[in-house]
Every structure is written in structure tokens, then in C-alpha cells.
Design a protein around this ligand. Structure first.
Ligand code: FAD
Ligand code: SF4
Ligand code: SF4
Ligand code: SF4
Length: 451
């Protein structure tokens, strides 16, 4: 990348996505993280350059990684290539209920641990000392894996834990966001031992991430003192769940209404987004063995088709597909294949928008002669509609940088009037999807929904 010789410059140029990989690969353990999870390099750097080699926002040769990992040519497809598209859930009711989606991630880890295919897994969990903060651990027991169930919609430098593999005697599974999967794949491509130690890579879908102030801001907005909190859940309660806190007196307080997406995250992402995610082009963890997200797939009636905790599963490698088939055969998960077109129709608009807007921002950095992430992919052409959307988005992102604006927005969005408007928006969205989808859906899917 232009003008970058050191990961300190990645941080200074606002490019760092806080994946954590640089700290793991540093042979002299010089990299630590500050309060906001940005890497800090110690004095005795030997300038070996390894940290920069695995940094996902430096020089990431995606077409080459496609060939190495997936044995496939990189194509212009917003969701990547896969060899199977499914929806499914864990057959253990306690896991399915506690999970964000269908608990498939946790079930894969538990099953591979009990069969001896892995001896541990890198997962994210709550910090036991500060319940609204999150951290990554190398879990080696079923109890630890079960405790890590559920998404934590916040920055966590998960790959920091890869460091422990130096001394770890067995093989592990890595669960990470697309940027964490990318940087792991870079590491694996320069050090085959990493590939031997990591038996499977499970990638989570990720449109963008939140700074930790998103949840603490919401807690404050609801006039709750953080010292009263004993636990924070990002998707607590029944599907699709919501952000809620458990207080030290044992009671729960829900922090918003109407589920995760519309009731909370669509608001929080407007004002507490992690800015450095704006150059990220990967929504569906294109380089994972198995990619998992929520099946936000709407039927002909405009409503979600898969309610009550389902995971959307894409298998991308031969090993990924084998694992899913074995788990289904052993009745550890329920797995239903769905047509790629159904998934594509519902996910490609968001994935395409994420990719294209990121490329537009990268193009702007190039034009300004500033450092930019090099993905070795040609910059696409942009339509005027995309450019308009980006300008409007930029404007709202600029406004949201102001703390007073942030507070005004939070207090309004989560007030009674704000909630009423959200409710109207949800109803309008459902109506819009009903009109749009009725043209596309076959009777087959309608009948499935009605069963
Ligand atoms: C920041 C973030 C953004 C996401 N955005 C989308 C999206 O836009 N669209 C979509 O369809 N899905 C998104 N997901 C994925 C979705 O929320 C679920 O994680 C996924 O469907 C798996 O569900 P599950 O029930 O199978 O997993 P579970 O069985 O509940 O297990 C979840 C696993 O995720 C790990 N994990 C939790 N938080 C993090 C984190 N911050 N970083 C790394 N690992 C973590 C846990 O360790 C656990 O192993 C996002 C997830 C995260 C963490
Ligand atoms: S250049 Fe090498 S020694 Fe210096 S911080 Fe990076 S990995 Fe560590
Ligand atoms: S490797 Fe990850 S944590 Fe380190 S500088 Fe790059 S993006 Fe940031
Ligand atoms: S948007 Fe991209 S860079 Fe940001 S956390 Fe998600 S995968 Fe990582």
C-alpha cells in the first residue's frame, strides 16, 4: 500500500479494523491493544514486517486467496462463491434458544470438540470483570463454548488469541468476522503450520460493526447506571431478541422495542458505526470454510420466512460441506437446502451496496494520494444512484460525529415517539417487500411458509 511501512501508519491513517492479527504474529510480542482495541507497537520493533503482511487493510490479494482457499476464480459476485446454501438450527433446544440465530456456530464447535476433530475454539464472550465489554478466548471446554453463544455486535480483536497456538498442542476452530477470516487466510498463506493448526474457519456475516459506546450510550439513554449491570445481552429474549441488561438485583431491563434490526441496530449503526469498516468489501465472509448469518429472507407476504431462531449457512470449501453434512446425519443440526437464487435475491442488494460503496471510498483515497486498502480487484464503475446514496450517507455520517447530534438522535430514536415511527416504518417495509416479492416468489415457498 502506498506510503505504509508500519502498522502504526495503518492506525494513524484510520484504516485499522482492529482484527487483532498483528499482535498474534509479532515474533517478539511487541503489540498490545489500547482501551479502544487499537494496536500499540512497543519500542524494540525489529522491522521484520510480518504484522503488515497479515494486515487485512494493507495488501490483501483476494483473487490469489480465492484460488488458495476455495480453489475458485474470484468473480464479481457480492456474496462470494459457495457449494451449498442452507438454513438450519441446533437440535439442542437450550443452544438454539440462547443463540443469536439458530445456534449452528455453537453446535458445530461442540460437535467437533466432542468428536476430537478440534481441541479448542477461538470465540468471543463477555468480559467477566466488565459485563458490557467483550473479549476473545481460546475455549477448550464445552462449558466455555456454550458460554460464548450469541453475537456481540461490537469490535473485538478476536485474532489476538491466535498467538496462543504457538504453544497449544492441538487443533482449533476459528470463529471470526470477514476481516478476521481474511487476515487469518493471509497468515495461513505465508505459514502452512497455521493451516494445520486451524481445522476449520467459521465466518460470520458482517455488514458493519459498532463501537462499544453504542451499547453504553443506549444504557445511559435509558437512565441506567452501568454500575448496576451484571450482564449485557445483544439478542436477549425470544427471537429475534433485543439488547437487554441484567441488573445486579436479578431483574432484566429491555433497552428498546421491536427486535434487533429495526428497533435498535438500524439506529445505532447510523451514529455509532466503526468508521474504519467503511472500506470493507466483504459482507458474507467469502474466505471462510463455512459462512453463517441470519436468514433475513422475506416471503411473498413481505414478512420473514424463517422465524424462531434459524441460521443461514453457506458452505464454501469441501471440508465445510463435509462438516455440515456429518452434523446433519448425526442429527446434531436440522439443515434444509434452499435455492441459491432465494439467498441471492435477499442478500445481494446489501452485500453489493457494501462492496461498491467501499470501492468508491477507496477510489477517493487513491485520488487524494492517501493510503488505501489494496484488494487486487479492479475498481468498478458507479451509477449516479450509487453516488447520490454515498453523498447522502457521508452527510449523515458527518452529522453523527457531533456528540450533541448523537445524543439528540439517541434520545429521539428510543423515545415513545421514535418507537412509534419505527413501528410505522416496519409496517411500511413489510408492505413494500410484499409488493416487490409477489412478483418473484414461487408457490413452493409460500406453501412452505404456511406449513
Ligand atoms: C458484529 C457482527 C455483525 C453481524 N452482522 C450481520 C449481518 O449484517 N447480517 C447477518 O445476517 N448476520 C450478521 N451477523 C451474524 C449473526 O449475528 C450471527 O452471529 C450468525 O448468524 C451466527 O448465528 P448462530 O446462532 O449460528 O451463532 P451462535 O451459536 O449464537 O454463536 C455465535 C458465535 O459468534 C461469535 N461471536 C460473537 N460476537 C463476535 C464478534 N464480535 N466477533 C467475532 N465473533 C463473535 C461467538 O464467539 C460465537 O461462537 C453479525 C455478527 C456480528 C458479531
Ligand atoms: S515489524 Fe515485526 S517486530 Fe515489529 S511490530 Fe511488526 S511483527 Fe513485531
Ligand atoms: S492487523 Fe488488524 S489490528 Fe493490526 S493494524 Fe491491521 S487491521 Fe489493525
Ligand atoms: S465491516 Fe468488515 S472490517 Fe468491519 S468488523 Fe465487519 S468484517 Fe470487519
Amino acid at each position: 500500500m502506498k506510503g505504509i511501512n508500519d502498522i502504526r501508519q495503518i492506525v494513524e491513517n484510520d484504516l485499522c479494523v482492529r482484527c487483532g492479527t498483528c499482535a498474534s504474529i509479532c515474533p517478539v510480542d511487541l503489540i498490545t491493544f489500547n482501551e479502544r482495541y487499537y494496536p500499540v507497537v512497543g519500542q524494540e520493533c525489529t522491522e521484520c514486517g510480518l504484522c503488515l503482511e497479515v494486515c487485512p487493510v494493507h495488501d490483501l490479494n483476494i483473487p490469489l486467496l480465492y484460488e488458495q482457499v476455495l480453489g475458485a476464480k474470484h468473480i464479481d459476485n457480492p456474496v462470494g462463491v459457495c457449494n451449498g446454501v442452507y438454513v438450519g438450527y441446533s437440535t439442542v433446544p437450550e443452544i438454539r434458544e440462547k443463540a443469536s440465530s439458530g445456534g449452528v456456530v455453537t453446535q458445530i464447535l461442540l460437535s467437533l470438540l466432542s468428536s476430537g476433530d478440534i481441541d479448542g475454539a477461538i470465540v468471543a464472550t463477555a468480559d467477566p470483570n466488565v459485563p458490557w465489554r467483550s473479549k476473545a478466548i481460546l475455549a477448550t471446554t464445552a462449558e466455555e463454548i456454550i458460554k460464548s453463544v450469541g453475537s456481540r455486535y461490537t469490535i473485538i480483536p478476536v485474532n489476538e488469541r491466535l498467538k496462543e497456538l504457538r504453544k497449544f498442542p492441538g487443533r482449533i476452530a476459528l470463529v471470526g468476522l470477514p476481516c478476521q477470516v481474511q487476515s487469518f487466510r493471509m497468515w495461513e498463506s505465508i505459514d502452512s503450520q497455521m493451516g494445520e493448526k486451524v481445522a476449520v474457519v467459521i465466518g460470520l456475516f458482517c455488514n458493519r460493526n459498532l463501537e462499544m459506546e453504542a451499547t453504553t450510550g443506549l444504557v445511559r439513554c435509558k437512565k441506567i447506571n452501568v454500575s448496576e449491570i451484571s450482564a449485557l445481552e445483544y439478542r436477549g429474549g425470544t427471537w429475534p431478541g433485543g439488547i437487554r441488561v441484567k441488573l445486579k438485583n436479578g431483574s432484566y431491563r429491555e433497552l428498546h422495542r421491536f427486535g434487533t434490526k429495526d428497533g435498535a441496530y438500524n439506529h445505532l449503526y447510523r451514529i455509532h458505526y466503526a468508521e474504519n469498516c467503511l472500506n470493507c468489501i466483504d459482507f458474507c465472509a467469502e474466505l471462510a470454510d463455512i459462512s453463517i448469518g441470519d436468514p433475513w429472507i422475506r416471503g411473498a407476504d413481505g414478512d420473514y420466512m424463517f422465524k424462531e431462531n434459524w441460521s443461514l449457512v453457506l458452505t464454501r470449501t469441501k471440508r465445510g460441506k463435509e462438516i455440515m453434512c456429518e452434523l446433519e446425519k448425526a442429527k446434531k443440526i436440522v439443515l434444509e437446502e434452499i435455492p441459491e437464487s432465494l439467498f441471492y435475491m435477499n442478500f445481494s442488494p446489501a452485500a453489493k451496496s457494501k462492496k461498491k460503496l467501499a470501492f468508491y471510498r477507496i477510489k477517493r483515497l487513491m485520488e487524494k494520494d492517501k493510503p488505501y486498502p489494496n484488494y487486487h480487484i479492479e475498481i468498478p464503475k458507479f451509477t449516479w444512484k450509487e453516488l447520490m446514496y454515498e453523498y447522502l450517507k457521508r452527510l449523515s455520517l458527518q452529522l453523527s460525529k457531533n456528540n450533541t447530534m448523537k445524543n439528540i438522535y439517541m434520545n429521539f430514536a428510543f423515545s415513545k415517539l421514535g418507537e412509534r415511527l419505527t413501528q410505522i416504518k416496519i409496517a411500511y417495509k413489510k408492505y413494500r417487500y410484499r409488493i416487490a416479492n409477489s412478483r418473484y416468489y414461487s408457490k413452493r415457498y409460500l406453501s412452505r411458509k404456511q406449513k
